[in-house]
Design a protein around this ligand. Structure first.
Ligand code: F6P
Ligand code: MN
Length: 331
């Protein structure tokens, strides 16, 4: 809360964390990530748009910017003295920073989500998931904090430590100051952000999308996960989904680096996040780079997606895959 006599625009990130009695080490960690983001913005604005000549574990070509953003964050976390383990979408394995877990945090991050949109000057972001102690391979409900930084026309930072969701904007001194506290998502939305190709949608997802369109819900999709989620959060309603597709039963997005932190934030704002059958935060990761379908945003819309999927796609993702293969061969 802002002190009496001060406007909320004068509350900076560190002060907000302190006033909300967030643990000192966690406060330090969140502020270090915020500091790192200043260097990442600078790289986005001025950096090389070319490829790095390497690929990540998903076989995606790494851009010079992906590699740079990854290094910036890694270095900062490495020197922070409050981090046990880290892992990044751009790394092959967990990197141990300190063997001592007590009072420390482990961090999973996507350093530059949507980086292939930089050359066309669309918004991109950094996504961060924070757990207490050493364990990074656990269900998302164990996260203690999550945040993202959105590099759009303005730079904003959204965080939660389990006590609501708060938005900060970067001012002309490159400080993050409070814009909105306790962001809430209404139960029913008026916009949808649909990932994946529609001709690969399963019957359940197709029926769900048609029902949204029949209701007059507007399509608003940027192709960047961070701005698309930010839109749902800040407009206060809507749904984003990147579903299971015919031939890709796990969709595209990564559970540990992308979905868990966003699900934590959206649930904190009163929304929901599901893989179509199960709450995202209850999914047990089978390996670091596992993927999952996602339906995230207004509670009733997520429940509606689950209802169509249960009815038309069956209970197991593997059933969806079999069904879609059969459909593909019969068409
Ligand atoms: O990291 C994955 C990502 O770039 C997200 O930002 C975005 O939501 C999604 O991929 C877009 O996927 P596609 O390229 O299939 O449209
Ligand atoms: Mn990503």
């Amino acid at each position: 809360m802002a002190e009496p006599g001060k406007t909320k625009f004068q509350v900076d990130l560190r002060r907000h964390l302190r006033e909300n009695e967030v643990d000192d080490n966690l406060t330090h960690l969140i502020c270090e990530i915020a500091e790192a983001s200043k260097y990442i913005i600078n790289s986005i604005r001025t950096g090389d748009l070319g490829v790095a000549g390497t690929s990540n574990l998903y076989g995606e070509q790494q851009l010079a910017l992906d590699v740079l953003a990854d290094r910036i964050l890694r270095k900062r976390l490495d020197h922070s003295r409050v981090v046990a383990n880290i892992m990044s979408e751009e790394m092959d394995e967990i990197i141990p920073i300190s063997p001592d877990c007590e009072g420390k945090y482990s961090v999973a991050f996507d350093p530059l989500d949507g980086s292939s949109l930089v050359d066309v000057n669309l918004a991109v972001g950094t996504i961060v998931s924070i757990s207490a102690g050493c364990d990074l391979l656990q269900a998302g409900r164990h996260q203690v904090a999550a945040m993202y930084i959105l590099y759009g026309p303005r730079t904003t930072l959204v965080y939660s430590t389990g006590d609501g969701v708060h938005e900060f904007g970067m001012n002309n001194l490159m400080e993050y100051t409070l814009l909105r506290e306790d962001i809430r998502i209404e139960p029913k939305g008026n916009l949808y952000s649909p990932g994946g190709q529609r001709n690969l949608y399963t019957p359940g997802v197709e029926a769900f999308v048609s029902s949204l369109e029949d209701r007059g819900v507007k399509l608003r999709y940027s192709g960047g996960f961070v701005p698309d989620i930010n839109q749902v959060l800040l407009k206060g309603r809507g749904i984003f989904f990147y579903p299971h597709l015919n031939g890709s039963p796990k969709g595209k997005l990564r559970l540990l680096f992308e979905l868990n932190p966003m699900a934590f934030l959206v649930e904190q704002a009163g929304g929901a996040a599901s893989d179509g059958r199960t709450r995202i935060l209850d999914l047990e990761p089978d390996h670091i780079h596992g993927r999952s379908p996602v339906f995230i945003g207004s509670k009733e819309d997520v429940a509606l997606a689950e209802e169509y999927i249960r009815k038309l796609d069956g209970v197991e993702p593997s059933i969806v895959e079999k069904k879609s293969k059969k459909q593909a061969s019969s068409s």
